[in-house]
Ligand binder design. Structure first.
Ligand SMILES: C[S@@+](CC[C@H](N)C(=O)[O-])C[C@H]1O[C@@H](n2cnc3c(N)ncnc32)[C@H](O)[C@@H]1O
Length: 278
């Protein structure tokens, strides 16, 4: 049974996570760098008109808005309601209705089996307790419904970004698991277990040429991406460590450069769909 102490520690952890994702300018990342991921996930999950869709850890609606464009009824749920301001604008630009609701992926505020499709685009992977979050995805999906997940792989650029930042960040709280594990097919199969069938999983890459150079990428990333901003804040009083992290991150971007006149990088992700047992 969860104790009051456990519950309040978890609430404090989630409050810190919310503050991290509200830092910088995540809406810019969604718009500038990864806009094609939401439509990709919606297509792979075969969302169609009339479906009741839940986008978990929806952010600014990268998947929720394209899902709504199919004619589905969509709830965009996220721990960080600060992001809904940009999400509402995004939905309005596309002329669709999306319902924006605050919620923790590890304790979704919805009844069992209420959704035909449960999606998460580089989202649920950031909830720290993987099994708890996976159980919630399964619980709120109706029998025969679809679970569609898109997650950065451990070996890909964003997985390596988190690996590179790790020595500069405070140790994770006990029980928290690394986000990019959701990009490992075996891990996700284990989390969902025999509660799902018709699993389809493939690795793909997002190609970005948004940044001219590795330095330009880092300058942008340090301004917009909450988890990176938070790590830099934690070492701000140690200029040597800041310089070392700068060098490590520039080297990372250079390692992923295809090579050419300007920076072109391929960021790998896993796209995973499954049907909940009927
Ligand atoms: C990388 S963003 C992805 C947002 C969006 N799905 C997209 O594709 O742009 C990660 C999102 O996960 C959300 N998040 C992190 N931990 C969460 C949790 N425990 N429950 C729900 N959302 C969470 C953050 O607030 C953030 O919006």
């Amino acid at each position: 049974m969860t104790s009051t102490i456990d519950r309040s520690a978890d609430q404090a952890l989630k409050a810190r996570h919310r503050a991290v994702w509200a830092l910088g300018d995540y809406p810019a990342v969604a718009m500038d760098v990864i806009p094609e991921l939401g439509p990709e996930l919606v297509a792979a999950s075969r969302v169609h008109a009339g479906d009741r869709v839940l986008d978990v850890a929806a952010g600014t609606g990268n998947a929720a808005v394209p899902a709504a464009l199919t004619g589905a009824t969509v709830i965009a749920s996220d721990l960080t309601p600060e992001l809904f301001v940009a999400g509402r604008e995004f939905a309005q630009q596309h002329g669709v209705q999306v319902q924006w609701e605050e919620g923790d992926a590890e304790a979704l505020p919805y009844d069992d089996g209420g959704f035909d499709v449960v999606l998460s685009c580089v989202g649920v992977m950031f909830a720290p307790h993987h099994q708890q979050a996976a159980d919630e995805l399964v619980r709120v999906c109706r029998p025969g419904g679809t679970i569609g997940l898109l997650s950065w792989t451990p070996e890909g650029f964003v997985g390596q970004l988190f690996k590179t930042m790790k020595p500069y960040a405070p140790p994770p709280p006990p029980g928290a698991q690394p986000p990019p594990l959701w990009g490992d097919e075996g891990h996700v199969r284990e989390l969902l277990g025999d509660r799902v069938t018709e699993v389809a999983a493939r690795r793909q890459t997002l190609t970005t040429d948004f940044f001219q150079t590795p330095d330009a990428w880092l300058a942008y990333w340090k301004t917009v991406y909450g988890p990176t901003i938070a790590v830099y804040r934690g070492i701000a009083d140690d200029p040597e460590r800041v310089a070392a992290l700068d060098a490590d991150l520039v080297a990372l971007a250079a390692r992923f450069d295809r090579g050419g006149d300007s920076l072109v990088m391929d960021w790998e992700y896993l796209i995973f769909t499954a049907r909940k047992q009927g």
